[in-house]
Write a protein that binds this ligand. Structure first.
Ligand SMILES: Cc1cc2nc3c(=O)[nH]c(=O)nc-3n(C[C@H](O)[C@H](O)[C@H](O)COP(=O)(O)O)c2cc1C
Length: 180
C-alpha cells in the first residue's frame, strides 16, 4: 500500500501529529510506503499514486488552513476524471480548543471528510475503543488540543500523540482489508 500524509503546520503541533500517524502506520505494517508532505508541496500525482490519503490541518478560524484548502481546490480536476474514487481517506487536526474541545475541530474534520466523499472515496473514522481515543480521539479522526485553559499555546501532549499513532495503525488495518 502507498500512503500519502499531507498536512499543514505553522507552529509544529499538526506536524507532530503527522509524524505520530506515520509512526503508528509503520508499527502496524513496517513495509508500508509512506510519503509525508506539506500540503503546499503536495502534487496531484502524489494524490493519484496513493491508496490511503490522510489530510492534517490546524483549525484556523473554525475551519481548515488555507494551504489545505488550496490543495483540495487544485485536486478538483481529479474529480472530473474520478481519479480518487475508491481510495481510503483519514483526517487529523490540531486546534487551540479554547472553551473545551470545540473551536471548530469537528467542523474542520467533517469538511475534510466531505471532500473525500465528493471524490467517491471511503473515509475511516476513529473507533472509540482505540488506544488513546479518550485523550485524542473524535469519531472523525485524531484530534489534539494545543492550547491551555487560558487560551495560550501549550503544544500537544504525549497522550494525544498516542491517539494519533493508534489512528495511523487503524487506517492501515482498514486499508489492508480494502486493498489487501
Ligand atoms: C490564524 C489562526 C486561527 C486559529 N483559529 C483557531 C480556531 O478557530 N479554533 C481553534 O481551536 N484554534 C485556532 N487556532 C489555534 C491553532 O489551531 C492551534 O494553535 C494549532 O494547534 C496550531 O497548529 P500548528 O502548530 O500545526 O500550526 C488558530 C490559530 C491561528 C494561527
Amino acid at each position: 500500500m502507498q500512503v500519502l500524509i499531507t498536512f499543514h503546520s505553522d507552529y509544529g503541533s499538526t506536524e507532530k501529529m503527522a509524524r505520530a500517524v506515520a509512526a503508528g502506520m509503520r508499527s502496524a505494517a513496517p513495509e508500508t510506503r509512506i510519503e509525508l508532505k506539506q500540503a503546499v508541496d503536495t502534487t496531484l500525482d502524489d494524490l493519484t499514486g496513493a491508496d490511503i490519503i490522510v489530510f492534517g490541518t490546524p483549525v484556523h478560524m473554525g475551519s481548515m488552513a488555507w494551504q489545505m484548502k488550496k490543495l483540495i481546490d487544485e485536486a478538483a480536476v481529479l474529480w472530473m476524471e474520478n481519479v480518487l474514487q475508491g481510495k481510503l481517506g483519514g483526517v487529523f487536526v490540531s486546534g487551540g480548543g479554547f472553551g473545551g474541545a470545540g473551536g471548530g475541530a469537528e467542523l474542520t474534520m467533517a469538511a475534510l471528510h466531505a471532500n473525500f466523499l465528493e471524490h467517491g472515496m471511503l473515509v475511516a473514522g476513529f473507533p472509540r475503543n482505540a488506544l488513546g481515543y479518550a485523550e485524542g480521539g473524535l469519531h472523525w479522526g485524531a484530534y489534539a488540543r494545543s492550547g491551555n485553559h487560558e487560551g495560550m499555546p501549550a503544544g500537544v501532549v504525549d497522550s494525544q500523540l498516542t491517539a494519533a499513532r493508534s489512528y495511523g495503525a487503524h487506517l492501515i488495518e482498514v486499508g489492508e482489508r480494502l486493498f489487501g
